[in-house]
Design a protein around this ligand. Structure first.
Ligand code: 48F
Length: 263
């Protein structure tokens, strides 16, 4: 009986058992989000709030993506007022810039912590240290139906270890500047005809507008949000202003939820 076990045995046993329960339940889910940056966590919250089963895989051992670095390592970021409701939904404190009607300043530590807390409290499962290195496809008709996952430590060690799979109705590439999932699909699934040219040089205002405008479905089952949109649609970068990451995350959540109503 567990009560008779030494504490060391309990530690091993309970961690294995409860992690296994999680993996068994997420092996087939509604939405996989790749990347726990601002776009991914925003999408996770609004999708989970709609009652969908959401898993976020993040290859680092922390969430936040590009938030923590702030603007050139200064611990502040800007958010345009168009994303004010999202800041409020996540209970993120913000300071209106004196004499500027448009812009708010946020603290990086609070921003990343509350985005993650909001996603998790809404019911999304965030799993750290997991690298998504491929997708699952089905043909006739061609669509993406999940991802292949591997421990980041295995990838970093350069070991050849077969991955495990997570089946899902939708996959969101929220991997940031490199649009990693779209890049993999462009190489490995020629039938999709995806090209990832990479983002354009900075033009902050246009970059913010276009990322939100072009957020959405790429091919059946595969969606793009955040800076991955910039890499895929070659839109300009915008630097440390994060309104479009939040608005893009919310928009992709609405699009995916609507698409899944008919699946
Ligand atoms: O880079 P990241 O923050 O992407 P984002 O949500 O936001 C971009 C901004 O941070 C900033 C910007 C806005 O002005 O320019 O850069 O679009 O978060 C992406 C996350 O995805 C993880 C990565 O570690 C990061 O935390 N990631 C990337 N590739 C993979 C991955 C992968 N293959 N598997 C798992 N996680």
């Amino acid at each position: 009986m567990p009560d008779d076990l030494p504490l060391e045995s309990k530690i091993t046993r309970y961690i294995f058992e409860y992690a296994a329960r999680d993996w068994a339940s997420i092996s087939s889910t509604d939405v996989v989000i790749v990347g726990a940056g601002p776009a991914g966590m925003t999408a996770a919250r609004y999708l989970a709030e709609k009652g969908l089963r959401v898993v976020v895989f993040e290859r680092r051992l922390s969430f936040g993506g590009g938030i923590g670095g702030g603007g050139m390592l200064l611990h502040k970021l800007l958010v345009h007022r168009s994303a004010e409701q999202i800041l409020k939904d996540f209970k993120i404190n913000y300071t209106p810039v004196e004499g500027d009607e448009e812009l708010f300043v946020v603290d990086t530590a609070e921003f990343m912590a509350k985005l993650a807390a909001g996603a998790i409290e809404a019911g999304a499962k965030v799993v750290l240290g997991v690298h998504v290195d491929d997708v699952i496809i089905r043909t006739n008709p061609l669509r993406v139906t999940g991802v292949a996952v591997q421990w980041s430590a295995v990838i970093m060690a350069g070991l050849h270890v077969d991955p495990l799979f997570v089946y899902s109705k939708a996959v969101i590439d929220a991997t940031g500047h490199d649009a990693e999932i779209l890049s993999i699909v462009s190489r490995k699934v020629p039938g999709f005809n995806i090209v990832v040219p990479g983002e354009m040089s900075a033009y902050a205002e246009e970059g913010e507008r276009l990322v939100v405008e072009k957020t959405g479905r790429v091919v059946p089952g595969l969606y793009v949000a955040g800076m991955a949109v910039g890499a895929y649609h070659q839109t300009p970068r915008m630097g440390p202003i994060f309104s479009s990451m939040l608005l893009s995350g919310k928009k992709v959540a609405e699009i995916v939820a609507k698409d899944l109503e008919s699946v």
